[in-house]
Design a protein around this ligand. Sequence first.
Ligand code: PLP
Length: 334
Amino acid sequence: MRHPVIDLRSDTLTRPTEAMRQAMARAEVGDDVYGEDPAVRALEERVAGLFGHEAALFTPTGSMANVLAVGSLVRPGQEVICESSAHIARAELGAHATIGGVTMRTWTGQRGRLDLPAVRRMFAPDMGPFFVPTAAVSVENTHNFAGGAVLPIEDLRDLREWADGVGAGVHLDGARLWNAHVATGTPLVEYGAIATVLAVCLSKGLGAPVGSLMVGGRDAVDEARVRRKRMGGGMRQAGILAAGGLHALDHHVDRLAEDHEHARLLAEACGLDPAEVDTNIVVVERSDATEFVTRAGEEGVRVSVVGPTTVRMVTHLDVSRADAERAAAVLARL
Ligand SMILES: Cc1ncc(COP(=O)(O)O)c(C=O)c1O
């Protein structure tokens, strides 16, 4: 018997469940550019509240939420400091530069970790007409290219304390913050407290088809609403999408623990220490990365290459325990 393909390339590949589709079909909608979509409003208010912030803005993608969030702190001609493999630096195709006029300098952290001493050394808010002024620091939790690594909340609190002292903004790319919350038990509101502004995604592990939010203070969100429209992101009856997000918040947060367990199974099969896998992403170093991916694909397990020698696999809502076990058997054999 030939099994269906197990797709571990990303947690963005999930398709909405039947229950989510029904919630979306039933959504009460209006024109969100007029501020009249009840489902979008409910989602924005709920997510702002979860993180203890004043307001939130629904966006089509995490990239747009990040551009709006970083842009609320960093003006054209200023810089943000971030980790060298951060999604904003590596995988948003230069959006922060081309749209926001923002430049970046980076530190390289062990497993994507914050290096506060490096940040302090780099921080230069005002060195006259010679150097780009630093306006903010960005952190990513969980850290995608560092293998879904969770940033310790203590490090983030230290960052917040330092940032308050020097007047720097803190941006948190929380595309997978839900995973960090479930893995550590740290309340979402505590993650919210370390960030001036954050971006969270509903379309990764939470399994919604579309949608992210920028979360922050009322003024920053009001300004971002205008910028979102300018970027072509003013959506009309977007409540159909927001309803998928609300359903995901109700039903798909706690279950992320299962994805984390499945990721540890895959890690063990690949000869890694499962204790080093914090959440739902496993990164394996292989000199034959491309060939490995091809061979896994031939055996019905799709994984991806994210660097010349780096293979990535991600567990999600559409990967059952049985799928994870079968994938682990294939990976162990390879
Ligand atoms: C950490 C992180 N931030 C932001 C994004 C961007 O999300 P989107 O693909 O919705 O633009 C991603 C996407 O995978 C991500 O992993």
